[in-house]
Design a protein around this ligand. Structure first.
Ligand SMILES: Nc1nc2c(ncn2[C@@H]2O[C@H](COP(=O)(O)OP(=O)(O)OP(=O)(O)O)[C@@H](O)[C@H]2O)c(=O)[nH]1
Ligand SMILES: [Mg+2]
Length: 289
């Protein structure tokens, strides 16, 4: 299965252009804020992020942490901390965790702060946001902009044409994020992006995606299905049978008594993405890295 919407968006020429633009922006900043979807930290990661940001200190944001399992958040945080990154768990919508962002960036850039101080300077720390589509880059920037002390306009000379948001902790954030492409080739990655809504449904076969999600949920947490949809997943051989049962339970019947499985599929995907089946972390560190 190919994530068509992303493939269309990310033809090779576009990738090269994006990469150059990001490389230019990287020259303006001291650190990178890499946003991941806490439910799928592997699949929501750009495959080139390490080489692209080489030499830049990196803060990893596990965003949408309201939708992922606390246990998963804990393990991913430990995993990345052990690799020397700063990590912040966030809900960019509610703002939960956002207070941790500035202190984490200051810890990350401790050396620079010290060097500047030794020279009698107090320069602002500059950072930019990077992430694949739908991880919450704009939500985070909007949140930060709302609470920003000032909106810093052009800084002649150094940062011509760029807009910065000045946040607490003497930090300036580039107000446009770098949008990166995900790893396309891997089927699991594509599925996980589809499950979480990173790939637009209109280019997907929603029933196929819903069936794959049912198969996954049956494997990792059958009770979530049993509780929400009142059927025992273990009583079903195939995923399509489960989808029909889900539709039947909800009363999605077409004339003649057949089940409207497309409607059932959309409901399942909507409810899963909204966290109504509970919190889910689909990828854990040991399994996937
Ligand atoms: N539950 C939850 N939803 C979030 C969170 N952050 C963002 N969202 C939702 O995720 C969707 C994508 O968020 P955006 O901020 O538009 O993501 P983006 O990275 O800017 O996406 P692109 O502009 O497409 O690259 C929106 O529907 C947001 O409301 C979060 O922490 N928790
Ligand atoms: Mg955006």
């Amino acid at each position: 299965m190919a994530p068509d919407s992303l493939n269309i968006q990310w033809y090779p020429g576009h990738m090269t252009k994006t990469q150059r633009a990001i490389e230019a922006d990287l020259k303006l900043v001291d650190a990178v804020v890499e946003i991941l979807d806490a439910r799928i930290p592997v699949s929501s990661r750009n495959p080139m992020i390490d080489s692209l940001t080489k030499g830049k200190k990196r803060l990893i944001v596990l965003n949408k942490s309201d939708l992922s399992q606390p246990e998963g958040n804990r393990r991913w945080t430990a995993h990345y901390r052990a690799k020397g990154y700063e990590v912040v768990e966030l809900n960019a919508l509610s703002g939960k965790g956002i207070a941790g962002l500035a202190p984490a960036l200051r810890r990350l850039l401790e050396d620079k702060i010290e060097r500047d101080r030794a020279r009698g300077m107090n320069k602002s720390l500059r950072a930019m946001i990077l992430g694949i589509p739908n991880v919450g880059k704009s939500s985070l920037i909007n949140r930060l902009a709302k609470t920003a002390k000032t909106k810093v306009a052009d800084r002649p000379g150094v940062t011509r044409g760029k807009q910065w948001i000045s946040i607490e902790g003497n930090i300036d954030l580039l107000d446009t994020p770098g949008i990166l492409w995900p790893k396309f080739e891997d089927e699991t990655v594509s599925l996980h992006l589809a499950f979480t809504g990173a790939i637009k449904d209109d280019v997907l076969d929603v029933e196929e995606i819903a069936c794959r999600l049912l198969g996954t949920l049956k494997q990792i947490r059958p009770e979530a299905l049993a509780e929400r949809y009142r059927f025992d997943p273990c009583g079903f051989e195939g995923s399509y049978d489960m989808l029909e049962e889900l539709g039947r339970q909800r009363g999605f019947l077409a004339t003649g008594g057949s089940v409207n499985t497309e409607r059932a599929a959309r409901i399942l995907l909507d409810e899963f993405r909204a966290g109504k089946l509970g919190t889910f972390t689909l990828e854990f560190p040991e399994e996937s890295e």
